[in-house]
Ligand binder design. Structure first.
Ligand code: ADP
Length: 496
């Protein structure tokens, strides 16, 4: 149960101005420039943070490089490194509500979701990779008798991590924890509208005993601090979650600098497919609205394209509409709220524009589409359902990253597969059917990193998450995530 009195006290707590965190210390921006941090709850200024530039990024990358070179972290015994990561997770859990409320004030996610998906998830992720530290080892290859082939797993060196604003702690931990567990140093660039909780998370790492310089945080704008990190020739691997447009810039920056490996998670337009033989249409409808409206649709795996078999189409839309109408939109710090604030004014405007454009193009707006609670100064939007969205339409093809569900009808399995695989993305998907053979056929046919069957969303650290097609490459979560942060090196030894 969330403690309302504690939430209200935390809501009102002043937030100190924040600097970067470099080499274990607070680091003022070299330029002296700062950014206002606005809360999407009511548009007011919460605090300020450092506006990082290339000079600040260079200082952070140098600190990370020094920490890697002198082995102050990777040289520690595995049991010690494991204990430090476990302690880090403990410290996060000890201030779960404080971290969650700080994050919600910064990014607007409803607290009912953030309390599980943010700080708690980050602690679990850090614990999971900490526990993996003394279970990772290299290989002895099955070579001829007179040769010994040892395959070492080595940390890559300095990792740059650029993360988004929708789930900063969860996604941040997906990048930081395996990178650090594998023995690397990290420079993190959080999103400009969700940096505060991650700065605190990094402070807790130091309190837990992570040596200085192993985890550095540079805040600021994507086009400045982020671009400088991507362009650095001393960053060995860059990991990113965010938009496709930025992902392309990161690949370019790699090509124009040191050819660093770049791993991208770029969102999607994930199809949620409801067959007429779904085991329970009520459950499917409930899952479908949650799949796209929670966190105002700002979820990379959101089931934002609903494909419904023609025979149940109108009936199913009605079920969706009645549910969406009842969803509580508003103050993200109220535990009863189901849809909090859109993260920024610009995202809100982009969402409203996408709806207006769809309407102009002849799609049918079933419900929603309007801004809400404007007088609060915050950024709120109604859950929006748009039917008759044609294959060629932008709403079918492109991510909105808002509470906007595009519904399309299909006839039969073959058309469902064709529609599911149309478009540039391949991140997530869902299939609702009571036919086991059909479910397996769909899993094989859909091009996506995950196919949910008779459920949507909800996951576990033990399974990988990654995209196909233009949703990206590489995997977060599970032991596979460690591969991004390691090089294989062969020792080829004569033993004649
Ligand atoms: P969105 O448009 O949804 O905010 P972005 O891809 O722009 O998504 O943001 C994700 C992260 O990428 C943020 O941390 C942002 O600061 C960063 N970013 C944005 N533009 C650039 C860029 N040109 N170079 C590096 N990082 C960037």
């Amino acid at each position: 149960m969330l403690d309302m009195a504690q939430i209200e006290a935390l809501r009102a707590a002043p937030v100190a101005d924040r600097d970067h965190l470099v080499d274990g210390r607070s680091f003022s921006p070299t330029s002296g420039q700062r950014l206002d941090v606005k809360t999407p709850i009511d548009g007011s200024v919460l605090t300020t943070m450092a506006r990082g530039d290339a000079t600040d990024v260079e200082a952070a990358v140098s600190a990370a490089r020094r920490a890697f070179a002198d082995r102050r972290w990777r040289g520690l015994p595995a049991a010690r490194r494991k204990a430090i990561m476990a302690r880090w997770a403990d410290l996060i859990e000890a201030e779960l509500l404080e971290l969650t409320v700080l994050g919600v004030r910064d990014n607007g996610t409803e607290i009912a979701m953030a309390i599980k998906a943010e700080a708690a998830s980050a602690a679990a992720t850090i614990r999971y990779y900490g526990e993996a530290i003394d279970k990772m080892s290299g290989e002895i290859a099955p070579t001829p008798d007179n040769r010994l082939g040892l395959v070492h797993r080595e940390p890559v060196g300095v990792v740059g991590a650029i993360v988004p604003w929708n789930f900063p702690l969860m996604i941040g931990a997906w990048k930081l924890a395996p990178a650090i567990a594998a023995g690397n140093s990290v420079v993190l660039k959080p999103a400009e509208t969700a940096s505060l909780a991650l700065l605190r998370l990094a402070e807790l790492a130091h309190e837990a005993g992570l040596p200085d310089g192993v985890l550095n945080v540079v805040t600021g704008l994507g086009g400045e601090a982020g671009a400088a990190l991507a362009a650095s020739s001393d960053v060995d691997v860059l990991v990113f979650t965010g938009s496709g447009a930025t992902g392309r810039k990161l690949l370019q920056a790699s090509a124009e600098s040191n050819l660093k490996r770049v791993y991208l998670e770029l969102g999607g337009k994930s199809p949620n497919i409801v067959f007429a033989d779904a085991p329970d249409l009520e459950t499917a409808a409930e899952a479908a609205v949650n799949a796209v409206f929670r966190n105002s649709g700002q979820v990379c795996v959101a089931g934002s394209r609903l494909l419904v078999e023609r025979s149940i189409h109108e009936e199913f839309i009605e079920r969706l509409r009645s549910r969406a109408d009842r969803m509580r939109v508003g103050d993200p710090l109220d535990p009863e709220t189901q849809i909090g604030a859109v993260n920024s004014q610009s995202q809100l405007h982009a969402n409203l524009k996408a709806v207006a454009q769809a309407q102009e193009d002849g799609a049918r707006v079933i419900g929603g589409g309007q801004r809400l609670l404007e007088s609060s100064g915050g950024y709120y939007m109604q859950p929006t359902i748009i039917a008759d969205v044609a294959l060629a339409h932008r709403l079918f093809q492109r991510e909105v990253f808002g509470p906007v569900l595009a519904v399309t009808t299909f006839d039969g399995e073959a058309e469902a597969v064709a529609l599911a695989n149309a478009g540039p993305y391949g991140l997530a998907s869902g299939v609702w059917t009571a036919d086991l053979a059909r479910a397996h056929r769909m899993v094989m046919a859909i091009k996506a990193g995950v196919v949910h069957v008779n459920t949507y969303g909800g996951t576990d650290i033990t399974v990988p998450m990654g995209g196909q097609k233009q949703s990206g490459n590489g995997y977060d979560r599970s032991l596979h995530a460690l591969d991004k942060f390691q090089n294989l090196k062969t020792a080829w030894i004569a033993i004649d």
